[in-house]
Design a protein around this ligand. Sequence first.
Ligand SMILES: O=C(O)COP(=O)(O)O
Ligand SMILES: [Mg+2]
Length: 226
Amino acid sequence: MIKLILADLDGTLTEDKGVYRISIEALEALRRAEDIGIKIALVSGNSYPVLRGLHNYLGITGGVVAENGCVVYYGKKIKLCKNMDLNILNEFREKFKLKDSWQNEYRECDFGFTPANLTEEMIRWAKDKNVYINTSGYAIHIALNLAGKSVGVRKLLELHGLKKEEVAAIGDSLTDIDMFKEAGLRAAVGNADEKLKKEADVILNLKSGNGVKEFINYIIDGKIWN
Ligand SMILES: O=C(O)COP(=O)(O)O
Ligand SMILES: [Mg+2]
């Protein structure tokens, strides 16, 4: 039985990929799950203050995995990665002529940059420096290894005392492949990256927030209806 749903934020709980408006349909579905005792956790590349605020205001109770796995909150806040090295950060920004995410001011370990297109040269640079690098489709993220959504999710499940089989996950992008490793039931929204769809147990018919509603209905009712 599913007791916890791990939900990505950008491109998943939003109305579409590339937008920031939270989907009303997704919000209603999150409430439906919470009302019958299935907890929702936010698992995202966004910063801790943004996710912690949303967690409270959305009315969900499963906790938060922020900064692509580096920061976890469930009753208490735990930092799991090393603090970012400023030299690495400056080198990356300048070498690839990138713009800081407005949330970098509030980040400790994982930092975001735009534009969000990851290049082969960036991947080589990161490998050379043992740096985690990935793209959410909204931003490129770097952190000092070991990072990635699975790092934070493992800690969150430990805090909940839950087994993988009791956990479902839903996402839209490459950063969610790592989250999928820790969940028993994995769903990709209809407009997810093809590489994520390949790792999913369920590929939803609907995009982003509507796909979240479709998945939660599937978990609760055991069938797909839109
Ligand atoms: O912070 C971002 O770039 C987006 O992150 P998310 O898709 O993991 O929510
Ligand atoms: Mg996303």
